[in-house]
Design a protein around this ligand. Structure first.
Ligand code: FAS
Ligand code: PHB
Length: 389
């Protein structure tokens, strides 16, 4: 088989890139390790920056998002000293849309089906060959048969545990990582959200987040030790702990119910540079990870897709390599700003087991500055709604 772009990974990065390239008249094949059902069973991001929303509209896949997504003009930062509403609209003139990544992925699969472009699921042993040459190809196995795809370029959209990043020689890669000493226990429940905007709560017991997917589907998180397992947490234990971390007037109106999904995600900051090696481009979680505190994971994958899509179109239309040559530097510049914001929000809102009394005072002063300063709130707001692509 031959195609122009072989995309490894059928998550949001790979699917969005494939959809945009199709609209640009560029052929792609997507290889996905898991089944579509498994990919669509993942509960992940919930907040879409305006940049991702614009890209989804450009890709022609935002009809349901625009109909069912919740426009949020603000969010609450809560602590025992009080609640601060960050007014995105007043401070930036922009908003975010709450619409689950699962639905984004579903819409992208539906679009791929409509154009009849191939997604090959349950591929095994995907291997990248010749990325540092002019004739790259990808091999894989499916149903016991070996296959080969010759292509012009390879887009590594295969997430943190994928094969693409590892294909770049260790002597070329520079990796930066910070692992946080806690995780997030997340619960999805068919209950009305406790508030009509997200509540990010810092408490001496640890962080909590109140989010949602729709008027009767709520998403909640509590910070938990890395040693915790999901089976350690009954629904009752989760709701009790969540209540302890919320302002009393919020805890009182919390409506609980059985969890329909419960999982623990570790928190990590990670960046690999460069995001290009010859004819291989890394995109999304294959190249970077953020703690979900700033809701930047999916949204930073979107800015990668934006840069790569435009660079590849420029190459095929004008045989101008500037866009793809600039890709890594341009993507990495925006990624580091998202990493900084996500790291800052995580330090602001979480209880770190080893932190000193001084550290706690610094965090409380940061929260007080946020409460009292329009400039501090403006900085949080412009990062949260999304810095320019
Ligand atoms: P993904 O990991 O989504 O997709 C990569 C795809 O490649 C997967 O489908 C995988 O099966 C496939 N793949 C891997 N190896 C392969 C191989 N060798 N061959 C073929 N296919 C292969 N972000 C937020 O903004 N907010 C959140 O609350 C949030 N929560 C998260 C919770 C968890 C548990 C995780 C893991 C991430 C979370 N994220 C969150 C980040 C998440 O949303 C990512 O940013 C987003 O999925 C990035 O999309 P992709 O780059 O497509 O990577
Ligand atoms: C979610 O709704 O899953 C969500 C929202 C905001 C975040 C993280 C997760 O910062």
């Amino acid at each position: 088989m031959r195609t122009q772009i072989c995309i490894i990974g059928g998550g949001p990065s790979g699917l969005l890139l494939g959809q945009l390239l199709h609209l640009g008249g560029i052929d792609t094949v997507i290889l996905e390790r898991r089944t579509r059902t498994h990919v669509l069973s993942r509960i992940r991001a919930g907040v879409l920056e305006h940049g991702l929303v614009s890209l989804m509209r450009e890709a022609g896949v935002a009809e349901r998002l625009d109909r069912e997504g919740f426009v949020h003009d603000g969010a609450i930062i809560a602590s025992p000293q009080g609640q601060t509403r960050i007014d995105f609209d007043r401070l930036t003139g922009k908003s975010v849309i709450v619409y689950g990544q699962t639905e984004v992925t579903r819409d992208l699969y539906a679009a791929r089906d409509r154009v009849g472009a191939p997604v090959i699921h349950e591929t095994e042993d995907v291997t990248i060959h010749g990325a540092d040459g002019d004739a790259p190809f990808v091999t894989y196995r499916k149903d016991g048969q070996d296959h080969r795809i010759d292509c012009d370029f390879i887009a590594g959209c295969d997430g943190f545990h994928g094969v693409s990043r590892q294909t770049i020689p260790a002597s070329v890669r520079r990796e930066y990582e910070k692992v946080y000493p806690f995780g997030w226990l997340g619960v999805l429940s068919e209950t009305p959200p406790v508030h009509d905007e997200l509540i990010y709560a810092a408490s001496p017991r640890g962080f909590a987040l109140c989010s949602m997917r729709n008027a009767n589907l709520s998403r909640y998180y509590v910070q938990c030790p890395l040693t915790d397992r999901v089976e350690d947490w009954s629904d009752q234990a989760f709701w009790t702990e969540l209540r302890r971390r919320l302002p009393p007037e919020v805890a009182e109106r919390l409506i609980t119910g059985p969890s329909i999904e419960k999982s623990i995600a570790p928190l990590r900051s990670f960046v690999t540079e460069p995001m290009r090696w010859g004819r291989l481009f890394l995109c999304g979680d294959a190249a970077h990870i953020v703690p979900p505190t700033g809701a930047k994971g999916l949204n930073t994958a979107a800015s990668d897709v934006h840069y790569l899509y435009r660079g590849l179109c420029q190459w095929y239309e004008d045989h101008d390599a500037k866009g793809i040559d600039d890709y890594s530097a341009k993507a990495v510049l925006r990624i580091w700003k998202a990493e900084r914001f996500s790291w800052w929000m995580t330090n602001l809102l979480h209880h770190f087991p080893e932190q000193s009394d001084f550290d706690i005072k610094m965090r409380d002063a940061d929260l007080a500055y946020l409460r009292d300063s329009d400039a501090a709130q403006h900085s949080l707001a412009e990062n949260y709604v999304g810095l320019p692509f």
